[in-house]
Design a protein around this ligand. Structure first.
Ligand SMILES: [Zn+2]
Ligand SMILES: [Zn+2]
Length: 260
């Protein structure tokens, strides 16, 4: 009996499990702070999964090994948009105290073919692009590359839906900002979106309102991780989730990512 109990309770659910719960149930089961942190701390478990394109390719999340985020823009995206993006990104990285370098690559000829190959009828397939970036030789240490995440600013609308300003995945280390001409003057808002997307890039693949209440946290008026991107303030609950996620990565990799 006792043994059984231990076995069952020792199975730590992953963040993904929680996502399914919060997605499909109207009223998610209320959980407390400890449970919340445990849901995110096995973030390092991403490194166990060999989900790459081919079984011999790198496992998901490999980009964190390079501790680097590279930011690029299409020539059709104005330079200040990139600066606003870098600002939002750095704000998120710094607030968490992560030791990740954000590097401004501006315009690089090598990026355009990947964007173009992922574009059909003028619409960018962000998932396809994210897979291309994941597999690029620039990340492959065997080909003289270095692991990193990529942030691309495009003037194309996203296949995900043209109302979306961003599309981001931690697993492939890819963040795409969709900035057609009409959006390129809203630097402040671009910064908000960039910081919101940075939270996704750094492992918080959720939106604030989609998660049920966690006992022990006050409900904020607004939160960075709400899809509206109307604030740059992240709530304590979601920041704790991100910190727990990176602690999990540290445990998994034996590397230090968080400044202490
Ligand atoms: Zn929140
Ligand atoms: Zn989002």
């Amino acid at each position: 009996m006792v043994r059984n109990d231990i076995r069952i309770s020792s199975r730590e659910p992953l963040a993904q499990d929680f996502k399914i719960i919060s997605y499909e149930q109207k009223a998610p089961i209320p959980i407390d702070r400890d449970k919340w942190l445990r849901l995110w701390s096995p973030g390092g478990a991403y490194f166990n999964n060999n989900h790459g394109f081919s079984s011999d390719y790198q496992p998901y999340g490999e980009w964190v090994n390079g501790k680097e985020i590279r930011v690029f823009r299409e020539p059709s995206v104005a330079r200040p948009c990139l600066e606003a993006t870098v600002e939002g990104l750095c704000e998120m990285v710094d607030e968490l105290g992560l030791k990740l370098d954000v590097l401004d690559y501006d315009i690089e000829a090598s990026v355009q073919p990947m964007i173009d190959a992922s574009t059909e009828y003028g619409v960018l397939d962000g998932e396809q692009l994210s897979r291309r970036l994941f597999a690029e030789s620039y990340r492959d240490t065997n080909k003289g590359g270095k692991q990193h995440a990529d942030v691309l600013l495009t003037s194309k609308p996203l296949r995900l839906g043209d109302e979306n300003w961003g599309e981001t995945r931690f697993n492939t280390g890819a963040m795409i900002m969709s900035l057609p001409q009409g959006r390129q003057g809203s630097y402040d808002f671009i910064g908000n979106v960039a910081k919101h997307e940075a939270a996704h890039l750094l492992g918080f693949q959720e939106h604030h309102a989609r998660v049920g209440n966690v006992i022990g946290y006050a409900e904020p008026e607004d939160c960075l991780t709400n899809w509206q991107c109307s604030t740059r303030d992240i709530c304590e609950r979601d920041e704790d989730a991100l910190l727990a996620f990176w602690l999990g990565i540290e445990q998994k990799t034996g590397q230090q990512y968080l400044k202490r």
